[in-house]
Design a binder for this molecule. Structure first.
Ligand code: MTE
Ligand code: MO
Length: 540
């Protein structure tokens, strides 16, 4: 009898101990999953807002900087070229152990696990922001990741508690305590959340890393790329750039250049595997490598690129010196056939543009495959390694970035990306002008000042820009010396500002004698029209 009780007590104690061990293991698992989620969230945020803010890589770099030399040498000796992998694996193990500990702490005593997460996050942020060249944004991924991870840790451990505290299925159910509640329900709730966190972290984390690694190694390839010097450069005449504060510079710095595309993440195209094929209604299909393209000889072109989505007075245009090869040279090698009237250019990301064949074969139009922009290889987001630029046509029907194929075809047979989405199949850029300064959102002091901006009529050229103040007579503005017909010109008008509100309007005339259209039109289907009229407030 006595022996029997002893045994029963012993069994109960063992069961209890085993139950506690299982609790701790599940809490540790919760910690590890939340830690993985923390890193995954941070990687995703890093990909979007701050590449230098990836906590694993930043902490890795930090560790490389601070580990004693002997440790570094040991790693290199032992793991050779895999020393970076060893480092990352070590960090991974350390993070997993710390996260498991956080899970157990959170289980044993709330909110110790969250506190540990916070401490780890703070350490990582310290490692990140103290790195040379770190941007202030670099801390954001880790901060958001830590908040997300801590939240999930709280949630997981709370569900775990509900499940483990519920009466065991084997225990006699007390209908008063848990009316009609199936304990398996609480277990399932925990397990489902754990599975979702695990899968989410795995997908988001590895996905972000893959995308980031693919695009950043490309950044290195781009940096290392040496392009041949152009055979001919664009002569920029004296007086091409006016000295007026607040006016758009003649050449838009790449970092300020507007960007418009349908790509969620910047397509990664390695120049060494890039090919351009010309197919469709051609005598010979042509395939070019990047080197083949360069071997055709590069020249410099000054062209203002314009987006159809540019509203009157808008910012969706910019000017660059492009280095490239005429599209007509490549098309001539393919030999377009009778009846073809359109070239459908395709990008790796599925974007297509429909360009009239004539715009690409006409000797007088500098339609190019561009490989460089303002003295450097195309920035990744502007189409690296090769894009098209066609003077006089809006970007969506001509300026295909990451271009890999030209299909010589007809407007009847094929349509481009934006055509079924409410935009015209053909879209020449409309003659237009913009006021850069004074700005509606800045107050101006009374006295002598300059009203200035830009005007463009690609392939035709600007003849005249006129300004009207308070709807008075149109006064001719002074123009900068045009670089060529494909490049915008700057304009300026001296004005003595008097206190009070004033309306300033601008309109341009092109070299063919066309006056900019006064009537307002929306951007769809083929570009906005209208004269910009802006309100300026002059203080006394
Ligand atoms: N692959 C690809 N190329 C593209 C686009 C795009 O969405 N995908 N957008 C076009 C549009 S609408 C414009 S206005 C220009 C913009 O070029 P940018 O981003 O270099 O300024 O690219 C064109 N080329
Ligand atoms: Mo565009």
């Amino acid at each position: 009898m006595r022996e029997k009780t002893e045994t029963a007590r012993g069994t109960r104690a063992r069961t209890h101990a085993r139950g506690r061990l299982a609790d701790w293991a599940l809490a540790a698992l919760s910690g590890v999953l939340s830690g993985a989620a923390l890193l995954a969230i941070a990687e995703l945020v890093a990909l979007i807002v701050a590449r230098d803010g990836s906590p694993v890589l930043a902490v890795g770099s930090f560790v490389i900087d601070i580990v004693p030399r002997w440790a570094k040498e040991f790693a290199i000796e032992t793991f050779g070229a895999n020393d970076k992998l060893f480092l990352l694996a070590s960090i991974g193990v350390a993070v997993a152990v710390a996260a498991a500990l956080a899970g157990v702490l959170q289980w044993v005593r709330r909110p110790l696990g969250v506190v540990l997460f916070g401490l780890a996050g703070a350490l990582a942020v310290a490692a990140i922001v103290t790195r040379t060249g770190a941007t202030p944004l670099a801390a954001v991924p880790t901060v958001l990741g830590t908040i997300g991870g801590a939240f999930l840790l709280t949630l997981l451990v709370r569900r775990l508690r509900v499940w483990r505290a519920a009466p065991r299925a084997s225990a006699p159910a007390d209908p008063a305590e848990a009316p009609g509640r199936d304990p398996r329900f609480d277990r399932r709730r925990f397990l489902v959340l754990a599975a979702v966190v695990a899968a989410g972290a795995a997908v988001v984390g590895t996905g972000s890393r893959i995308v980031s690694a693919a695009t950043s190694s490309l950044a290195g390839i781009r940096d290392a790329l040496k392009l041949p010097a152009p055979r001919a450069t664009v002569p920029v005449p004296d007086g091409a750039e006016l000295d007026v504060p607040g006016i758009s510079p003649l050449y838009t710095p790449n970092t300020d250049f507007y960007r418009v595309d349908t790509a969620l993440t910047v397509p990664a195209v390695d120049p060494s595997s890039w090919r351009l094929t010309v197919v469709g209604l051609v005598d010979n299909e042509v395939t070019l490598s990047f080197q083949d393209l360069l071997d055709l000889g590069l020249d410099e072109y000054s062209i203002t690129l314009t987006c159809v989505s540019n509203e009157v007075g808008g910012e969706l245009l910019g000017t660059a010196k492009w280095l490239g090869v005429p599209v007509r040279t490549v098309l001539a090698a393919a030999g377009p056939q009778q009846g073809a009237d359109m070239v459908l250019s395709k990008s790796v990301d599925g974007f297509t543009a429909s360009t009239p064949l004539g715009s690409l074969t006409d000797e007088g139009i500098d339609a190019i495959f561009a490989v460089a922009m303002n003295g450097e290889p195309l920035p990744l987001e502007h189409g690296f390694p090769v894009r098209m630029v066609v003077p006089g046509l809006y970007g969506y029907v001509s300026a295909t970035k990451w271009v890999t194929e030209l299909k010589v075809t007809t407007f009847d047979a094929d349509e481009a990306y934006w055509t079924p989405r409410g935009y015209s199949a053909e879209a020449p850029i409309k003659l237009s002008s913009r006021i850069d300064t004074p700005r509606i959102d800045k107050q101006l002091a009374a006295g002598p000042t300059k009203i200035a901006g830009v005007a463009w009529a690609q392939t035709v050229g600007i003849e005249k820009v006129e300004v009207s103040i308070d709807d008075g007579e149109w006064q001719p503005a002074k123009l900068s010396t045009a670089v060529n017909a494909d490049t915008w010109v700057q304009w300026v008008l001296d004005w003595t500002a008097t206190p009070g509100p004033h309306y300033v309007s601008v309109r341009a005339t092109d070299k063919a004698g066309n006056l900019q259209i006064e009537e307002r039109a929306p951007i769809a289907p083929d570009g906005s029209t209208g004269w910009q009229r802006t309100l300026i407030t002059v203080t006394g």
